[in-house]
Design a protein. Structure first.
Lengths: 102, 442
């Protein structure tokens, strides 16, 4: 499964992404996940062939814009639960991701 | 406090977020962000031209002019780059061609400045024996209004250009070619009318009415500029709003910065120009560009959370200790989402109080220190992920006092966070204890 995470600058999400990837490996769940800042989101979504986009909680005020960009790229999108956005919250986010497995 | 936080999330945050997401403000923000890499690199040439050690700066002095050229052509032209970037973003947001929007904005912006031919003056100077004077054989564009001073002009030119493009397209004001004409040719004619309208209108206003839009805008925005870039209110209000938004879980700098960043950048550019002209670091015109917050206040990230991180690493609560441990390294590099969402600080009635108070206090202390000339003022846009003392040192072009002030501010934040941290720790310990007992009895 290929997932794109967006946060403000792509910095904090890099930390979370690493933890989610580790958690997925631990559970034997095939996952490819990448983090970008808000500026690169639309372009990456269009060209990357993603199955799901997830949004960091601190940029939830831009959710409408992300939703529009995701729907034009035909990718489902979900907001990460606040407590999931930490290294130890990775299992929670992975659960959110797994819900979208087709 | 809990009620207050709920009120913020329900009532205060939505309109602020909506404002920051307003189409034109978003275009301004994204366009300006696209220029930051140039400004970061360009402003570092000031450090090279004026190194903090006197012996070096004396050695470099004869070549300082050459070293400053990259600075002059990046930071010194920031409005020029921003005009393109903002026009591109705004056009994109209307699903128009981004490059057309960018180019038309750039043209509208450049038309605000009248080129001059200085050959006659230079020839006269040459005849009078001025060293280095020689005619350059052509027209020159004065750069003064292409940098920070032109930022508001760039914003207005960009909005005018892209809105003209959009409206003309919307109402089909285009040159209709006969059907036999190939489509690509027809489309190139389509872009002609917007370009003609934009050029003629701006040219008429600027040249024939002789209305200096740049100067007018600078005069209009001067009072706001002075408050935002130079006053104690320019410190207190943004800190308060940004930490409030973060306490509700929203990236405060991303919201408030959208509105204030043009002012902060103009303030920084004025400082950089003054520094390039040889003004001492403690005498620079503006106290509060964005770097003031970045290096003196947001130590460890918004809310000055590095202090909290330190307290948590030594916590008796297993959970807080764990969060502290994985947050401390990102915290040193000013990334604090792990701590904000881990502790969490978001919607936390106890810890959101020092999260707001500590930056306010360190902000006010730093403003006083800066106004008194105890620490250097900011000229350089240093990457925000530098640890605070290094960032402050680099961004003030080598003020040791500024680096020391960051350490003092961490100490102040420690003191302010401590009682609230203890209160929260007690609560967490009680919960952990209860959980452990539950497990035992099971």
């Amino acid at each position: 499964m290929k997932v794109l995470m967006v946060c403000s600058g792509g910095m904090s999400s890099a930390i979370v992404v690493k933890a989610i990837k580790q958690e997925a490996d631990k559970q034997g769940f095939p996952l490819e996940i990448k983090a970008v800042g808000t500026g690169e989101f639309e372009e990456e979504l269009k060209t990357g062939g993603y199955d799901l986009a997830i949004v960091a909680p601190q940029v939830k005020h831009r959710m409408d814009v992300f939703k529009e960009q995701a729907s034009s790229a035909n990718v489902p999108i979900e907001l990460i639960v606040p407590m999931g956005y930490t290294p130890i919250g990775a299992p929670k986010v992975l659960e959110q991701i797994k819900k979208h497995v087709k | 406090m809990e009620k207050f936080l709920q009120w913020i999330e329900a009532k205060f945050m939505p309109p602020m977020a909506k404002l920051a997401e307003q189409r034109h403000l978003r275009a301004i923000r994204d366009g300006i962000i696209s220029t930051l890499s140039l400004i970061i690199v360009g402003s570092f040439f000031i450090i090279v031209a004026q190194p903090p050690v006197k012996a070096w700066s004396d050695a470099i002095a004869p070549n300082a002019g050459k070293i400053l050229i990259p600075f002059r052509l990046t930071t010194g032209l920031m409005a020029l780059y921003a005009a393109y970037g903002m026009g591109y973003s705004l056009a994109k947001s209307y699903k128009l061609d981004g490059v057309s929007g960018g180019v038309l904005s750039l043209a509208a912006f450049l038309l605000l400045t009248i080129p001059v031919n200085v050959d006659a003056v230079l020839t006269a100077a040459q005849k009078a024996g001025v060293k280095g004077a020689a005619p350059i054989g052509g027209w020159v564009l004065p750069m003064a209004n292409l940098g920070g001073a032109g930022m508001f002009g760039a914003i207005l030119a960009m909005i005018f250009a892209v809105e003209t493009l959009r409206l003309l397209k919307k109402y089909h004001v285009t040159i209709k070619m006969p059907e036999q004409v190939p489509e690509s040719v027809a489309r190139s004619f389509e872009a002609l009318i917007p370009a003609a309208v934009i050029i003629v209108v701006v040219w008429f206003i600027r040249v024939w009415l002789n209305f200096d839009i740049q100067k007018f805008l600078m005069d209009v925005f001067k009072p706001i500029q002075n408050v935002a870039g130079n006053s104690i209110w320019g410190v207190i209000v943004p800190i308060f709003l940004i930490t409030l938004l973060w306490a509700a879980g929203i990236h405060g700098v991303s919201v408030i910065g959208s509105i204030l960043r043009p002012f902060w950048l103009v303030a920084l550019e004025q400082n950089a120009q003054a520094a390039a002209a040889g003004t001492a670091s403690t005498q620079l015109p503006n106290l509060v560009p964005e770097q003031f917050f970045q290096w003196f206040v947001w130590i460890g990230g918004s809310g000055a959370t590095l202090a909290l991180c330190i307290l948590m690493v030594f916590s008796k609560s297993e959970y807080l200790k764990r969060v502290g441990r994985f947050s401390i390294v990102p915290g040193i590099f000013n990334i604090n989402e792990p701590i904000i969402f881990g502790v969490p600080i978001v919607m936390n009635p106890i810890l959101s109080i020092p999260f707001i108070i500590a930056p306010l206090v360190t902000g006010i202390v730093s403003y006083i220190a800066s106004a008194a000339g105890l620490v250097g003022r900011f000229t350089v846009l240093a990457p925000w992920t530098l640890p605070a003392p290094f960032g402050a040192y680099a961004a003030t072009n080598g003020s040791w006092a500024a680096a020391i002030l960051t350490i003092v501010n961490i100490g102040i934040a420690l003191v302010i966070y401590y009682p609230f941290f203890k209160m929260y720790e007690k609560k967490m310990l009680a919960e952990e204890h209860a959980a452990a007992n539950n497990q035992l009895s099971m």
